[in-house]
Write a protein of this length. Structure first.
Length: 93
């Protein structure tokens, strides 16, 4: 698995997030057919995985956490929709 930085292709999304939320940092990655949106503000980190074609696998969630979260001992909250096409990871700083 490879995370590919595709932030430049989503400039409207990045500008919208920076202008309408408390986010101070936004990155967009591609993990194959899964989109990964990483947002950070002074109090928390939010990571959203989204795949319209299939369910998001547990190994994808673990891979993204391992690659994007600096302190792997940090606790986090997972929110998963019924269809498992969207997974949100919330980390308090």
């Amino acid at each position: 698995m490879h995370l590919i930085d595709v932030t430049n292709s989503y400039s409207d999304l990045v500008h919208s997030q920076l202008n309408t939320t408390r986010a101070t940092y936004v990155k967009v990655y591609s993990l194959g057919n899964t989109s990964v949106i990483y947002t950070e503000n002074k109090n928390s980190i939010g990571i959203v995985l989204e795949n319209h074609d299939r369910r998001i696998r547990e190994d994808e969630v673990e891979f993204v956490i391992k690659r994007l979260v600096k302190n792997t001992d940090t606790s986090y909250t997972l929110t998963v929709d019924k269809s498992r096409h969207v997974v949100e990871i919330h980390i308090d700083k």
